[in-house]
Design a protein around this ligand. Sequence first.
Ligand code: HGY
Ligand code: MN
Ligand code: MN
Length: 417
Amino acid sequence: MNAPVTSGAAAPAWAEQVVGRCRELAAISEEDGRLTRRFATPAMARANALVGGWMAAAGMQVRTDAAGNLVGRLEGGDPAAGTLLLGSHLDTVRDAGAFDGPLGVLCAVACVERLRAEGTVLPFAIDVLGFSDEEGLRYGTAYLGSRAVAGTFDPALLDLVDDDGVTLGDALRDFGGEPEEIAGASRRGERLLGYCEVHIEQGPVLEGRDVPVGVVSAIAGATRAELEFSGRAAHAGTVPMGARHDAACAAAEWVLAVEAAACAEPGLVATVGRLEARPGAPNVVPGAAVASLDARHADDAVREAAVTALRAEAQRIGAARGVEVAWREVMSASAVAADGALTAALSTAVAERGLAVVTLPSGAGHDGVALAQLTGVAMLFVRCAGGISHHPDESVDEADVAVALDVLHGFVRGLAR
Ligand code: HGY
Ligand code: MN
Ligand code: MN
């Protein structure tokens, strides 16, 4: 498994190594039988150790920063030339696929390995980042690691509590991070050439255009919120329907209103991914219900207007049913345009390989949303089968990964010209 690639090997050998490593990494999970790897968990520590070993074997200096991000560094020939940031995230959603996040980290590691194997010494340094939390599964709010690197981490987040009552600060401390020193993870003020991330597309466009890679033009903005519906628990057998304050029915009516609003607004997507009736007994009218909201659009004004309307609709539904509704905004991230110069350099690297340059927006969020506050951001999408993602069936073709590796290699060398 993962025999070291010989120097001078072409991209296919590197691609085989990257895909094999993604699958090896996918075996590191908090749960039996499926891949779930949340921020600052023992599974994340094991993942960092495995990837950190591959970084060290590639000749990089390896460390973990105060926010739990894994950082592999390859020094450049000229200390004044600054640093190029590459990478992606190592955390996952629940029951995840093997490539969302790790593909970008391991493509970046392979890029460094290939540069060293061919004897290329770049003027600038390369830092490969394995971000500690992009998905936000454990604490609800995304981009914890990349926000720390961007210098925009809000210390108030350290008081967030997970489903087991563990605060973010305690989880990070137990993980070996330094919550009190998290500001030290910031790269603000350094000379940075930018951030480039390779990521599966997680959508159908590249397959539809029959191209292996695409260049990202922008990343959609997103709002995440959590709603608590508070009605009145009651006996399921004795309380007449007209006398109930059923929190689950109020939540269910709102979920359908979310769907209707998104279907009515072009480009808007809105999802209630988490829905829970409490106390959760079959013979008890739910006195409480919890629902999440994830709303996205390329245009921030459209997204914000939709979220405002959905918040008002929840209150209207609640009032009509005698159910109180508490709304907590968990995260709001503005849409981000990719950096023009970096994206042009990435497009040139695609074109130089005789490939059509397809540019597309990203409906999915990425760490680049946070890093755009720090430096220019560019992304290369890789075709993934059926656009399937956030699902164990997520997959990529080695041939497409080989193309992505060649493009990344050309992009990085092109920055040194
Ligand atoms: O939710 C997203 O778009 C990303 O996968 N975190
Ligand atoms: Mn991702
Ligand atoms: Mn994801």
